[in-house]
Design a protein around this ligand. Structure first.
Ligand code: AP5
Ligand code: MG
Length: 214
């Protein structure tokens, strides 16, 4: 099995769909955002460097994220495939990924571009909550937990992300348009890009993705 890239604006559902794909395909989700947030929580050197960029809604320098992904792709659980969620995000990252994938004898099979309009993104991100314990994702309106503030799966506390403030979301969207959207064109020539309508029911979107991957 090969690698899958999930491209899409902040809040387009990359994390939500990656978790479902991980379960159905038994291949890992590699989320650079989650890995960076973990480094911030653990107060590592990399975490301290990344935090300033993340809090502003900016992108963390390419060499930092490229290093993380290169190391992660060498782990044993990536042998059968992997889901890249939030990487690559710039042309230099995509070029580095091409090199790393080749070096490791792997291949990118599909690039899925999740498409949602901006108004919906604001609504999604301002209501997003995630579990501090297991990382499960919720939304106060669209996907609420059974008990407010508590995870259904592990009873962990549900938290709001520091960068899910209106102003920071706007900066993340600007950076997406400027640096990440051009990747759709970058990959188009390879014939691997599929546009996915990513608004509506989460399970319906997942069913469409599953069909595209077959
Ligand atoms: P990252 O964590 O990747 O954030 P992002 O790209 O802004 O995307 P999000 O995680 O906010 O959204 P998502 O698409 O995963 O949506 P989700 O499924 O959660 O990156 C964070 C930061 O880290 C960056 O700003 C940057 O600083 C740094 N970084 C990370 N990678 C980097 C890289 N490669 N290079 C440089 N810097 C990097 O869904 C959102 C909400 O909507 C949830 O509440 C969910 O329940 C809900 N929802 C999902 N689908 C639906 C639906 N169909 N209908 C209704 N609600 C839905
Ligand atoms: Mg995410």
């Amino acid at each position: 099995m090969r690698g899958i890239i999930l491209l899409g604006a902040p809040g387009s559902g990359k994390g939500t769909q990656a978790k479902k794909l991980t379960e159905s395909l038994s291949i890992p989700q590699i989320s650079t955002g989650d890995m960076l947030r973990e480094a911030v929580r653990n107060d590592t050197g990399m975490g301290r460097k990344a935090k300033a960029f993340m809090d502003q809604g900016g992108l963390v320098p390419d060499e930092v994220v490229i290093g993380i992904v290169k190391e992660r792709l060498q782990a044993k659980d990536c042998e059968k495939g992997f889901i890249l969620d939030g990487f690559p995000r710039t042309i230099p990252q995509a070029q580095a990924l091409d090199r790393v994938v080749k070096e490791l004898g792997k291949e990118i099979g599909s690039v899925l571009s999740l498409e949602v309009d901006e108004e919906e993104i604001m609504e999604r991100l301002s209501g997003r909550r995630s579990c501090a314990g297991c990382g499960a994702m919720y939304h106060v309106r669209f996907n609420p937990p059974k008990e407010e503030g508590r995870c259904d799966k592990c009873v962990g506390t549900l938290l709001q992300r520091d960068d899910d403030k209106e102003e920071t979301i706007r900066t993340r969207l600007v950076n997406y348009k400027k640096s990440t959207e051009p990747l759709i064109e970058y990959y188009r020539g390879s014939g691997k890009v599929h546009a996915v309508k990513a608004s509506g029911n989460i399970d319906t979107i997942f069913a469409n993705i599953t069909k595209l991957l077959q």
